[in-house]
Design a protein around this ligand. Structure first.
Ligand code: GDP
Length: 499
């Protein structure tokens, strides 16, 4: 690389040190993206060959979707807590195809399919709530065709109703309102309709096109209407997909069961069958078995079908895109390409963080030097960390830098931290890496106003002292739920007190 940049290797090592690289030797390896950044420092305009052709990608969209067969709509149920999402899903699940055929026994696999008397199926995602919808969306997976917004007739529109409305709108997913609990004495259907209209929802009673169905998840009243309404809307939206060609889909959830590594896939295009090869995220599978929500083997999963798949090398993650591969080799190549890509992205991000932190640090030192020469007596290192907050869309953010013993635990810790938070204050993992907390981590936390998290490693004494001097907080833990409690306690310090 030094030769390519026309610098003496010995000089290059020194300059890399100045750029923030630690312990670089003549036989160190540097990732392509990082090398490109370094080359830019030397005035070159490098291009990086990322080898993208090795990856498996979705095929282009169909030229004329209107000639394709119809597929079942995929529906997510959202709404305020206790308004009856779970009850409605339970009612529907009992009427699921698999349940009818297999004595009413269904397991939770992340989705199930319901067939109406007309024989037309609807697929329901069976994780109620907003978190699941958001997680999928954040990962780019727009799996939901229709949102059913549940509003309790005796409680009307509440904060999470509005939140669900916002999410559905942001995702441009059409809504059907289900006014639930109409069997209750306190049911005030008209009041709910007015509140919905006030919230800006153009419901059909007031001349809009959003359908409103009155139901009771408890007695089953109106549930047929709800299903009919979903189908009618789906027909208007014209949900179609090709049943042939390389299959594509999304991972809804994955888990380790007694039968092995299992993941539920929602097929979007094409048809999956046992023996097929698929890749998802950083893993792949030769499909050993396809199972429906009753745990029964099925021969194929066409578009719109949720299906449990066995045969994974590793567990894929919810929200990973699934793409069929023509053979084992292609699946493996794609996964190793993606692993390489992820490493390179991490290196590049690390490099950026290092340069940024160094810049801030140099400026800080320069300022300190100027003040001490000016004799104002500012010694820096007050021992108290400044406010950790930044406003993002009116939301308070608390930054975290996560270190841990192994890659797996770092990932788990980051995931756990990211799940915490309220509508007022949320955590943000700025950077994560394996290994004990280093001086650089402390500097980075100090400059970026982050809380350091250490999971199951030992922080060297001098680093601990440095953190104390700079007023950087370190949360030290070996058990994830203790850590989560501690993070929660940290976040709650920034909540506006209830009056
Ligand atoms: P979720 O938090 O939205 O999933 O709400 P749940 O489904 O857990 O329902 C909350 C409570 O309302 C439970 O006690 C249910 O039994 C009750 N509930 C749900 N739907 C109905 C309904 O249609 N009628 C009546 N009377 N109670 C209901």
């Amino acid at each position: 690389f030094a030769n390519a940049l026309k610098i003496k290797p010995e000089d290059f090592l020194v300059q890399l040190g100045e750029l923030g690289f630690e312990e670089v030797t003549l036989d160190s390896l540097m990732a392509g993206e990082t090398a490109a950044l370094v080359a830019q420092e030397y005035g070159y305009e490098p291009t990086v060959d990322t080898g993208g052709s090795q990856d498996l990608k979705p095929r282009p969209p169909p030229e004329d979707p209107s000639v394709l067969p119809l597929r079942p709509p995929v529906v997510t149920i959202m709404g305020h807590v206790d308004h009856g999402k779970t009850t409605i899903l339970d009612y529907l699940r009992q009427s699921s195809v698999a349940a009818q055929e297999h004595g009413g026994i269904t397991q939770h696999i992340g989705a199930f399919s319901v067939k109406l008397s007309s024989g037309k199926p609807i697929t329901f995602l069976d994780t109620p709530g907003h978190a699941a919808f958001l997680t999928m969306r954040q990962r780019g997976a727009n799996v939901t065709d229709i949102v059913v917004l549940v509003v309790a007739a005796d409680d009307s529109v509440k904060p999470q109703t509005l939140e669900a409305l916002r999410h559905a709108r942001a995702a441009k997913v059409p809504i059907i309102v289900a006014i639930n609990k109409i069997d209750k004495d306190g049911a005030r259907i008209d009041a709910v309709k007015h509140d919905l209209a006030k919230a800006g929802l153009e419901i059909e009673d007031f001349g809009g096109d959003v359908q409103v169905v009155c139901v009771s998840g408890k007695t089953g009243q109106g549930m047929d209407d709800l299903e009919e309404n979903i189908l009618t809307l789906s027909e208007i939206l014209d949900h179609r997909a090709e049943p042939d060609g390389a299959a594509e889909g999304w991972i809804l959830e994955s888990s380790l069961k007694v039968t092995g590594k299992v993941a539920t896939v929602l097929v979007k295009r094409g048809t999956l069958r046992p023996g097929d090869y698929i890749a998802a995220g950083l893993t792949w599978a030769k499909i050993r078995q396809l199972r429906n929500e009753a745990g029964v083997d099925i021969a194929e999963a066409p578009p719109g079908t949720p299906v449990e798949i066995l045969g994974w090398k590793d567990l894929p993650a919810a929200g990973d895109q699934v793409i069929q591969s023509p053979d084992e080799d292609k699946a493996k190549t794609a996964v190793s390409y993606r692993e390489g890509l992820r490493e390179r992205e991490k290196d590049a991000a690390e490099y950026e963080v290092i340069t940024e932190a160094r810049k801030v640090l140099q400026e800080k030192r320069a300022r300190e030097k100027a003040t001490s020469e000016g004799g104002t007596g500012n010694t820096g290192g007050t021992g108290v960390q400044e406010v950790l907050l930044e406003e993002e869309n009116g939301m308070k953010m608390v930054n975290f830098v996560v270190k841990g013993d192994v890659h797996g635990s770092v990932e788990a810790v980051c995931a756990a931290i990211q799940e915490i938070g309220s509508h007022e204050v949320r955590p943000r993992v700025l950077r994560s890496a394996t290994g004990p907390i280093s001086e650089f981590d402390v500097e980075h936390a100090a400059t970026s106003k982050s809380v350091l998290v250490n999971f199951a490693t030992t922080t060297p004494g001098h680093v601990q002292r440095m953190a104390e001097e700079q007023g950087v907080r370190i949360l030290d833990h070996t058990i994830i739920y203790h850590l989560v409690d501690d993070v929660k306690a940290n976040l709650s310090e920034y909540l506006t007190p209830d009056i």
